[in-house]
Design a protein around this ligand. Structure first.
Ligand SMILES: [Cu+2]
Length: 129
């Protein structure tokens, strides 16, 4: 009985420590150019991965997202479909989306290959200020 309750306490404490640690990391990771009204982010898509794999901006910024692709498929940004609609691409294409990052959160960048299942290729993060 006693053992169980102290184990629960430990679990709760560990959970709190993790939550605090996560919050700290979140703040440290704010992009340097968070105050800039416009930002440009470039990435390359190859081997089913974006490079860099994470794209970070701040809420309210006018974002230009450029993706050079080395593979075929349809690229889209979950949660920002209106601003960066699903776009067919072919190896060698340079895609460009310009939109306002009006909603904070983490959004999955996905590729629907010509055959097979859709793939998660990167994460687009819009930080709250
Ligand atoms: Cu999808």
């Amino acid at each position: 009985m006693q053992l169980t309750s102290s184990r629960v306490t430990m679990t709760v404490l560990l959970g709190l420590v993790l939550a605090v640690a996560t919050a700290c990391v979140e703040q440290v990771q704010l992009p340097d150019d968070c105050d800039a009204p416009t930002v440009v982010r470039s990435a390359t898509l190859a081997g089913d991965h974006l490079s860099p794999e994470t794209i970070d901006v701040c809420r309210g910024q006018q974002v230009t997202l450029e993706v050079v692709t080395r593979q075929d498929g349809v690229l889209h940004l979950h949660g920002y479909e209106q601003e960066a609609p699903a776009t067919e691409m072919h190896a060698g294409d340079r895609l460009k989306f310009t939109f306002e990052a009006s909603r904070a959160g983490q959004f999955v960048v996905e590729v629907h290959p010509p055959q097979g299942e859709e793939l998660e290729v990167g994460i687009f993060t819009v930080h709250e200020r």
